[in-house]
Design a protein around this ligand. Structure first.
Ligand code: BYC
Length: 345
């Protein structure tokens, strides 16, 4: 760590009468911590769990990491819908592995949130009671097998575009979790692309099924990056703290530019008549996003909001016995008698 100012909260200073230091001492200490935090962020250093951090920085991280963790576990549902109907053993094995990866991502992210002082139970409770969000994208149905390919190509593709910069997030545990998540997401994106390519080059009906899935998932994928910059409540502050490295619109544009040539090699079209290369900007122009639809989904009125949260609550309730058994097992193995037995063995 290059900074000389303190990064860890010092023990409160006490006076002879035990009432603590005067308020100017406390203010000076707090200013020193703030200065050390600002310097660390400016120098691109990582903030670690035991470092001092502003309350609002902590709250923003908890909000974003929790939303991200919830997205990973709710995101298992639309794809799991197709595990029993995958068209071959190979496709089934790949899809099962992918859905398990998403569960793993949820676990890394809940663990990252725990380093900020919030427990997993508390976060799950907020998800189940609608006090925390998950990504809008998972409120759309998976109607055909081709949707599994469209999710891999577009949804995982959008997730990677958003998450690769998060590997450089200023908060250490989140940034480190993202490195592994992004490696796995790259595999997911490629399996989606390969699945769509097989369909696109298959029979006429298979090609049409792939095109229909891309038509339905394209616009919701663009919404994953969040509202336009002019409407984004948190972007400016999150970018100043180097939690986010790019704005929502910058990442959305990057995603569109990546997808256009990929769609061409897939032999599929993107459902936007206004999509064209703009020589002057060096980017693709694209049509207007339906932000009313986005807001409706965020308010819980998307096609599958109700179904997703009901299923999540049911899975949580039905898994209560597993949590209880795991806790009993852990307690048994950490008891003094078990520890003595372990030592003797
Ligand atoms: N859906 O000020 P803004 C995946 C909310 S899934 C729902 O721009 P911010 C995967 C936002 O929370 C990928 N809500 O916010 C899993 C805020 O509301 P609150 C999940 C959205 O945070 C399985 C309000 O709108 N990835 O990987 O600066 C299979 C204003 O927005 C959405 C992540 O979560 C949305 N799309 O930026 C396949 C990545 N967009 O909280 C794939 C981490 C915005 O004030 N998250 N809102 O009530 C982020 O990078 C950022 O949180 C966002 C939004 C870019 C999403």
């Amino acid at each position: 760590m290059a900074t000389s100012a303190p990064r860890h909260p010092a023990a409160p200073r006490t006076t002879d009468d035990g009432t603590g230091g005067d308020s100017s001492d406390a203010e000076a200490r707090s200013a020193a911590f703030q200065a050390a935090f600002d310097a660390a962020v400016a120098a691109d250093e990582r903030i670690e769990p035991r470092d001092w951090m502003p309350d609002a920085y902590r709250a923003t991280l908890v909000r974003q990491i929790a939303q991200h963790a919830h997205s990973e576990i709710i995101g298992m549902q639309p794809e799991a819908n197709w595990i029993t109907r995958a068209p071959s053993l190979r496709r089934k094995a790949i899809l099962m592995a992918k859905v398990q990866d998403e569960a793993g991502h949820g676990l890394y992210l809940y663990s990252a949130a725990e380093t900020l002082g919030v427990g997993r139970d508390e976060l799950l409770d907020k998800l189940h009671s609608g006090r925390q969000k998950y990504s809008s994208i998972f409120n759309y149905p998976t109607l055909t097998w081709a949707d599994v390919g469209a999710i891999g190509w577009l949804v995982d593709g959008a997730a990677i575009t958003n998450q690769v910069p998060l590997c450089r997030c200023s908060y250490g545990p989140y940034a480190r979790a993202m490195v592994r998540v992004c490696k796995e997401e790259s595999f997911h994106q490629r399996q989606g692309y390969e699945l769509l390519l097989a369909l696109s080059r298959g029979t006429e009906a298979q090609h049409a099924m792939a095109q229909d899935a891309v038509d339905r998932w394209w616009w919701p994928s663009l919404m994953m990056f969040g509202p336009p910059d002019t409407e984004s409540a948190h972007s400016a502050q999150s970018m100043a703290w180097k939690i986010k490295r790019h704005s929502n619109d910058e990442l959305r544009q990057r995603f569109v530019d990546i997808c256009v040539p990929q769609a061409e090699s897939l032999g599929l079209t993107l459902p936007d008549p206004e999509l064209r290369w703009n020589e002057e900007r060096g980017h693709h122009d694209f049509g207007a996003i339906d932000w009313t639809e986005f807001q409706e989904v965020l308010k819980g009125r998307g096609p599958c909001n109700e179904q997703r949260i009901t299923q999540r609550r049911r899975a949580h309730d039905e898994g209560a016995w597993v949590r209880e058994a795991a806790a009993a097992h852990a307690a048994k193995h950490s008891s003094p008698a078990a520890t003595r037995e372990g030592r003797a063995a």
